[in-house]
Design a protein around this ligand. Structure first.
Ligand SMILES: *[C@@H]1O[C@H](CO)[C@@H](O)[C@H](O)[C@H]1NC(C)=O
Ligand SMILES: *[C@@H]1O[C@H](CO)[C@@H](O)[C@H](O)[C@H]1NC(C)=O
Ligand SMILES: *[C@@H]1O[C@H](CO)[C@@H](O)[C@H](O)[C@H]1NC(C)=O
Ligand SMILES: *[C@@H]1O[C@H](CO)[C@@H](O)[C@H](O)[C@H]1NC(C)=O
Ligand SMILES: *[C@@H]1O[C@H](CO)[C@@H](O)[C@H](O)[C@H]1NC(C)=O
Length: 229
């Protein structure tokens, strides 16, 4: 009787300690502590891979209240029907999964319970492998609530360097700026040149116009001459 109630008390202490831990973590990190199970396929939940290559489908789990007999599975959404790739049960935190079953001949489980990592590898990717993969988790500790995260795989014939996009944008921006600067300088110089030419011409024009004036005078003179005549 005594030991039972003591155990019960200890359990309550444990949970209150956990609550304090959660609160502290929330306060310190400023991030809401995950009480419930949370599945994550990373900050960039998609990948572009070349056909024939091997890809890592990443997934991790987190749970502040801890896990017990966590059931997880990896599924591929094959045009509406969910194809099971692998599933297993993780008895508790940091314990390797039991009942690990891989249903796909090109899938390897590469997770590590020490790092809450339940990633899989998909070998020799084909164009048919492109699509949405779901990392699903269920922790019986939380009334069997379902949790999942998705990862999208794109399969291409040739890899376009996605990571260099920003660099390329910056480079093209800088290049564009330099080009614009050069164009500006060119246009400026050209304009100055043209302006100088125009000015020169204007001077010439002035000269010629004075010449014209002269001829006009001459003309008027000649005009006047017939008048006179
Ligand atoms: C990828 O697909 C292209 C086009 O179907 C094919 O020519 C190429 O051999 C494939 N590459 C690999 C590594 O399977
Ligand atoms: C996917 O489903 C659509 C209709 O539901 C069908 O037209 C299409 O052929 C299917 N694609 C594959 C690859 O099975
Ligand atoms: C991947 O393809 C290579 C060459 O086609 C083959 O030797 C290898 O066994 C394949 N791996 C898997 C896991 O299917
Ligand atoms: C999960 O494990 C795989 C294989 O060891 C590794 O490549 C990957 O980086 C790990 N992911 C995380 C988030 O630790
Ligand atoms: C949780 O997932 C299972 C399949 O693994 C499904 O049968 C069940 O309906 C789901 N429950 C909820 C609440 O979505």
């Amino acid at each position: 009787m005594d030991t039972k109630s003591r155990g019960h008390l200890r359990g309550r202490e444990d949970s209150s300690e956990r609550t304090v831990c959660c609160l502290l973590l929330t306060l310190i990190i400023g991030v809401c502590c995950v009480r419930a199970l949370e599945m994550s396929t990373g900050k960039i939940p998609f990948l572009e891979a070349v056909n024939g290559s091997t890809v890592l489908l990443p997934c991790t789990y987190a749970s502040c209240i801890g896990i017990k007999d966590l059931y997880f599975k990896w599924e591929f959404n094959d045009n509406g029907t969910m194809e099971m790739l692998a599933d297993a049960v993780i008895p508790m935190d940091h314990v390797d999964p039991s009942k690990l079953t891989v249903y796909h001949e090109r899938v390897n489980y590469v997770g590590s319970s020490k790092e809450n990592n339940i990633s899989i590898l998909l070998w020799n990717v084909t164009f048919e492998d492109a699509g949405v993969y779901t990392c699903f988790g269920k922790n019986p500790k939380e009334k069997n609530k379902n949790h999942s995260a998705i990862f999208t795989l794109y399969v291409v014939e040739e890899l376009k360097e996605v990571d260099n996009t920003l660099t390329k944008i910056i480079a093209s921006c800088v290049g564009g700026f330099i080009a614009a600067l050069m164009a500006f300088m060119l246009i400026k110089n050209l304009t100055l040149f043209v302006l100088a030419k125009i000015e020169e011409k204007n001077k010439e024009c002035l000269v010629t116009s004075s010449g014209i004036d002269n001829t006009e005078n001459g003309l008027s003179g000649s005009k006047t001459t017939p008048k006179k005549a």
